[in-house]
Design a binder for this molecule. Structure first.
Ligand code: KG4
Ligand code: ZN
Length: 334
């Protein structure tokens, strides 16, 4: 049987990425050019700078991916690209690069949802078992998604304000840490103790929605109050207390939903899935369950194009094709 090769492009935020995926699950090439250094001094991603970097990088990243794979665009079955959600100017670069390639080489073009990509990152490691529940936690998203089959997504819970990663980054900034703050808080938390009482946003009974802005404000108020009293709180303890609140709510809601929908597998995806505290707590919670807990390796948790290729492969098999009017869609629904 002939193999399927998908060329995937991802430029939704601050990584310019191109990958080549074989048969939907095997990484042949995976190149990610990060812009983090350029955004660091601004304390977050600056959309205009992100777009400019993507323009500069995309051709080189594409060439590097083809070189890694020792393949040509001609050998690809389809070109897939993140069409949304994300920063519109950033998405546009990837979408137009994909359209140009597909048009020039007469290949099918497929638009992929960024979150579908994060979930499908797992398929590069392990086959899916349906029904499955995906906890997607990133800088822009916090969602619980139920999947009963390939390519179909039911959002059963989502954040009502800040995304989990966003809360991490904002708290980190208050603590004087550089962007992105998530990994640094994670490290500090491991060295501290949960000495500060912070709220847990459970919301209404039975709700799978999340809220992190109250917690974020509580951390900021705690710091201000301590400063006014002339006390100094240990950063490690603040980080440990904050992380404990985030991790407890994420783990508990994921567990409740997994039980209610009687899923076979729980997938954790997105940048915050790299969090050590979250990984440990989930492993502990699901250890004695017959539910398979799948968390991708760190390199596949943060933004990359391999995950877009994995999701794009299924979309291709299911017959999805985009027209030449494919456009960046910053608010795309799953
Ligand atoms: O998925 P991702 O790379 O980009 C988005 O689509 O948003 O996620 C980036 C987010 C950032 O907010 C970053 O601080 C957070 O993931 N993050 C972490 C950790 N590693 C990355 N948050 C907590 N703990 C970590 N170890
Ligand atoms: Zn992402």
């Amino acid at each position: 049987k002939k193999h399927q090769y998908i060329l995937a492009i991802e430029t939704s935020c601050d990584e310019t990425a191109v990958a080549i995926i074989k048969d939907g699950k095997e990484i042949v090439a995976n190149v990610v050019a990060s812009q983090i250094e350029s955004h660091k001094r601004f304390g977050g991603v600056v959309p205009e700078i992100a777009s400019r970097h993507h323009v500069e990088e995309i051709t080189f990243v594409l060439e590097e991916a083809l070189k890694q794979a020792e393949m040509t665009v001609e050998e690809m079955d389809a070109i897939t690209v993140t069409e949304g959600p994300g920063l519109v100017g950033a998405l546009l670069i990837g979408v137009n690069a994909a359209k140009a390639l597909a048009f020039a080489h007469d290949k099918p073009l497929i638009g992929v949802h960024h979150i579908a990509g994060h979930i499908y990152a797992n398929r590069l490691v392990k086959e899916f078992s349906f029904p499955l529940l995906a906890l997607v936690v990133s800088g822009g998203h916090t969602e619980l998604i139920l999947m009963r089959e390939h390519g179909k997504f039911e959002v059963i819970g989502e954040t009502r304000d800040d995304a989990a990663g966003e809360a991490y980054d904002k708290v980190a900034r208050t603590l004087g840490l550089s962007y992105p703050g998530g990994p640094q808080i994670d490290k500090l938390a491991a060295q501290g103790n949960e000495t500060i009482d912070l709220p847990r946003a459970w919301l209404e009974e039975g709700s799978y929605d999340f809220s992190f802005s109250g917690l974020k404000s509580a951390v900021i108020n705690t710091i201000h109050n301590a400063t006014q009293r002339g006390e100094e709180l240990k950063k490690e303890d603040l980080a440990a207390s904050f992380q404990a609140s985030v991790v407890e709510v994420l783990t508990e809601k994921t567990y409740q939903a997994a039980k209610e929908f009687d899923v076979k597998q729980v997938i954790v995806a997105g940048g915050v899935a790299a969090n050590k505290g979250l990984r440990e707590k989930l492993q502990e919670k699901f250890m004695s369950e017959s539910i398979d807990l799948a968390i991708p390796p760190l390199s596949l948790c943060t933004d990359n194009a391999a995950m877009i290729g994995a999701a794009g492969s299924i979309a291709y098999d299911q017959g999805h094709r985009a027209g030449w009017d494919l456009n960046a869609n910053p608010g795309l629904d799953l």
